[in-house]
Design a protein around this ligand. Sequence first.
Ligand code: ZN
Ligand code: ZN
Ligand code: ZN
Length: 138
Amino acid sequence: MSELMGRLRRQSRKITGPRAAILEILRRHPHPLTNKEIFSEMPRGRCDLATVYRAVHLLETMGMVKRFDFGDGKARFELVGGDGDAHHHHLICTRCDRVIELEKCLIRKLERHVAAANGFKAVTHTLEFFGICPACQR
Ligand SMILES: [Zn+2]
Ligand SMILES: [Zn+2]
Ligand SMILES: [Zn+2]
């Protein structure tokens, strides 16, 4: 088990209440969820939507969840994996909202080029792909 994994485990053991429930919900879902989707899976009557917003934000600042933007104005959140490198992209079907996880980043080279060409350091990027999935083409 890596050092980071151990740290995350110890950290998450101390996490209770809504935050623990949110981590458990995200663990069951391989794709990013909105605050409302998380809320709809929370145990009934245990907390309100505002609590979910606050708890998710806190988990984000702790580096345990990562925020994604699918361009529809809703923030989506995914659990950060064991190796701590949450950088990846998604392919989203615009008809059925199916999401494919793209594990490999194909534009690290472009990122380095953009950084060097403009004298920037610590350049990062966000990128999501959209299209029509095979099932929706039929
Ligand atoms: Zn993802
Ligand atoms: Zn589709
Ligand atoms: Zn990338």
